[in-house]
Ligand binder design. Structure first.
Ligand SMILES: [Zn+2]
Length: 226
């Protein structure tokens, strides 16, 4: 098996605009290499179940389509990394949805250093045009029960119920052209510099996201050379 060759602490970070299908690719990679998956969305949804100040505030902020502050995200993350340290068998993990900003990228570097991970790190950027992103986001759906995003790509387009929990699917209230354009603007001002940060370090693996899911996955496997 290919993944038996992996070093112990493989870390894969998947970046891309909303609608790029990075979550789908992250899951495929996690399965293929037997990696733990850290999705910021999943972590926040889990965290908001605890009804303390932060839990309730995450609920409010997420419902309003806002962003959860970096220190809050990092607290959850550090706890997760601490958990990983207790595992006797860990092939590595894959990060989906973070880092969003240069500040987060730098903090992540230090966090990985602290926990002695990230010696074997792959930064994948799934690129799609703003036009494609807008088109996909106006059509994507969300599961009412588990909160999973159902991208408007490949087989997912035909789903009538959530593929994971059979929950009902709906269109997000902020997935209007205006809401999407706002988020894309944010991507350009905040996330784009992060992508350039990894590019400057010579770590960025750029993938064309305007292809079928299987082809994108094939390109990733070819380029990460594991
Ligand atoms: Zn679901």
């Amino acid at each position: 098996m290919r993944h038996s060759k992996l070093k112990k602490s493989l870390v894969i970070i998947v970046l891309g605009p909303q609608g790029s299908g990075k979550g789908t690719q992250a899951e495929l990679l996690a399965k293929k290499f037997n990696l733990e998956y850290i999705g910021s969305g999943d972590l926040l949804r889990a965290r908001k179940k605890k009804k303390d100040f932060t839990g309730l505030k995450i609920s409010r902020v997420m419902t309003a389509g806002g962003r959860v502050a970096t220190p809050v995200i990092f607290k959850i993350w550090m706890d997760k990394l601490e958990e990983f340290k207790k595992k006797s068998k860990l092939n590595g993990f894959i990060i989906d949805g973070s880092p969003r900003t240069i500040l987060e990228a730098e903090m992540l570097e230090q966090a990985l250093d602290w926990y002695e991970y990230g010696k074997d790190k792959k930064i994948i950027f799934i690129n799609i045009s703003p036009k494609e992103s807008i088109w996909r986001l106006t059509k994507r759906r969300v599961c009412r029960r588990c909160g999973q995003n159902i991208p408007f790509i490949g087989e997912f387009r035909k789903l009538l119920k959530c593929n994971k929990c059979k929950g009902d699917l709906f269109n997000r209230a902020d997935d209007t052209i205006e809401g999407i354009k706002k988020r894309l603007e944010w991507f350009e001002t905040e996330v784009r510099p992060t992508i350039n940060y990894y590019k400057k370090r010579g770590e960025l693996i750029k993938i064309n996201g305007e292809q079928p899911i299987e082809k994108i996955f094939k390109d990733i496997l070819e380029k990460i050379k594991l």
